[in-house]
Design a protein around this ligand. Sequence first.
Ligand code: MIC
Ligand code: SF4
Length: 643
Amino acid sequence: MGLTLTEKILSAHLVEGEMVKGTEIGIRIDQTLTQDATGTMAYLEFEAMGVPRVKTERSVAYIDHNTLQNGFMNMDDHRFIGSVAKKHGIWFSRPGNGICHQVHLERFGVPGKTLIGSDSHTPTGGGIGMIAIGAGGMDVAVAMGGGTYYITCPKVVKVELTGSLQPWVAAKDVILEVLRRLSVKGGVGKVIEYCGEGVKTLSVPERATITNMGAELGATTSIFPSDEITLEFLKAQGREDAYTPLAADPDAVYDEIVEINLSDLVPMAACPHSPDAVKTVEEIGPMKIDQVCIGSCTNSSFMDMMKVAYILKGKTVAPSVQLSIAPGSKQVLTMLAQNGALADILASGARVLESACGPCIGMGQSPNSGGISLRTFNRNFEGRSGTKDGQIYLVSPELAAASALTGVLTDPRTLGEMPEFKLPEHFLVNDNMVVEPAPEEEMDSIEVLRGPNIKPFPTSEPMPKDIDAKVSLKVEDNITTDHIMPAGAKILPLRSNIPEISKYCFAVCDESFHDRALEMGKSIIVGGSNYGQGSSREHAALAPLYLGVKAVITKSFARIHMANLINAGIVPMTFADEADYDRIDQEDELRIENIADQIAAGDVIKVTNVTKGFDFDCAVSFSDRQKEMLYAGGLLNYTKNKN
Ligand code: MIC
Ligand code: SF4
C-alpha cells in the first residue's frame, strides 16, 4: 500500500509510537521558529530547561508582531530575544526583516523537513513540502532542546485539485473554498494534503497562502508536494541545494477526499466573524466599504504585491476608503522599491506599513466603529482588529485592491484582461538582517538582556487529590484564543508579564472574569465546541493558570490550545453527553474526587455538580505522557522531575 506524503515525512521522523491514526506519536523536529509575541515565554522556558545550545538543524527567532513599541516593553523583549538567541545558537531575524512565515519560506524552509513554530500559521512551510506545525511555546522550547514533539497521528485528507484558476481568481479563493466546505472544525486531527494536476498550476507563494490559512480549518497542518515549481522557487532564492522532490505514492490511501476544480472557483470573501463564513462576491453584492488592509503572512508575497501594484497603478484610492499595505518581508519591499511598483502603490494613496504583522493582530489600523474592512488576512474573529464592532471580510489581494479603488466590494474579474504575473528568476537575496548565533565557545561571554517587563512564568502545582471549585466562567461554542487572551496594541506588550496580561483574560467576553477568578482562588471554566481555536499563544493557558483555573470542561477543544492546557497543568475534559453543558451555570460548585486516580483508571471522569445535586461524566483521552504531565502540574515540572 502506498504512502501519503504526510506519512512519508512523519515516519521518517518517528521516534516514539507507531503510525496508527488517532494514537500519540513522537517526532524529531529539524527546525523551529518563534516570533516575539510568543518568543519571550518560549525562551524563558528554554532557559529554565538548562540546555546550553539548541540541538535542531536550524532555529530562528523572528521579531514581527510587537513592532509598535509605544513604551519600553517591546524593545526590551526584542533585546531579550536577540541576546538569548545569540547565546544559545538561534538565528535572529531583526525587526524590519519581515513576517516570520514569509521570511522562513523564502530563506530557511527545506522540503521534507519538520518545523514547529510558536505560531499557528507555521503550516505556511507546507507550501514547499515541509511538515510545519504550530505549537505552544513550551513545545517549541523542548524541541529546541532536542526533545521529541508529540502529536496525534493524523488522518490525511486529499484535496485533489484539477483545472486552473481563472484570471483574477486567487489562491485565497482556493482556501476559502476549502473552509466553506470543511468549516473551522473540519481539519481537527487531520493533515490536508494537496494533490492532482491543478497543483502544478500554483506557484510556491500561492501554495503557501493555502497552507497558511489551513490553520483556520483546525488542521494539524497542510502540505503540497515538492516538485519542479518548488525547485524554481528555491533556485530564485539561491537555495536550490535545499531541494528534494517529494510526493505521495500514486496508490496512497487517504482518509477523505475533497475534489476542487480550480477552473470553477470565483472570487469569495469570509464574512464576519469567522473564516468559514464564506460567500461569493456575487452573493454579498456591491457592499460599501470603509477600509482595505493588504498584507499578513497569508498574502504579502512579491507576487501578491505585484498584482496589487498593477491594479493600483495610475489610479487613486476611493475617497471614502483607507488603504494600508504591508509587504511581507524586506525582500519583497526592497524588490518593489527597485522595480518601481512601490511608487505606483504610493501614488495611489495607499499607506505603506513596515513588513510586520501590523493590523492583522490589531497593532494599528483598527477600522472605524462598525466599519467594514476588507483584509487579505486569515482571521476575522470579533474584536481582533481592535474595533469591537468592526466588520472584517477576508479576501484576496486582487479583490482588496480592486475594491479600494471603487469603495465597494468589487469583483476583480471586472478589471479586464489579466497580464501574466511571473515569479522572478532571482529574488533579491540579502540576509543582512539575520544575525548569526555566536559560536559555542563564545556563548558564556554573551549577556542575556532582561528588561523589567520580563517576569517569570507562573508556577503550577502538582495535581491535587480532589478538585473542589466553582465555575468562574461559562462560554459558548467557537471561543477563540483572541477571546481568552486578546492581543492588540494595548495588550501585546504584556506578553512577557503574565500577572499583568491576565487582567485582560476573557475581557472580550466578560470584563469581571479576572477579579472573579482571583477571588474564587481556584475555579473551572465551562465552554462549548471548538474551544480555543485560533492562535498558538500559550498565554491563553498561562493566564488562566495564574488565575487559579484547574480544569476546563467543553464540548470539544482545538488542538494547540488543548496541548497548551496540558503543558500548563490544567485538565481539559469534554462532556460525555453534550446535553450536560446546559445543566451547568456560572458559579455552580463542581467537585471532582480523586482526579488522578480517575485519570489513571480510564477515559471517564465523574464530576459532581454540588450546587444542583447531580453527577455527570466527562471524557478524557490522555496518553501516558500527558497523564504524567498533568500529575506533575505541567510540562516544565514533568521535565524537571524527569531530569
Ligand atoms: C495570530 O495570528 O493570532 C498570532 C498572533 O500570530 C498568534 C500567535 C500569538 O498569539 O502570538 C498565532 O497565530 O499563533
Ligand atoms: Fe502575524 Fe497575522 Fe500571520 Fe499571526 S496571522 S503571524 S499576526 S501576520
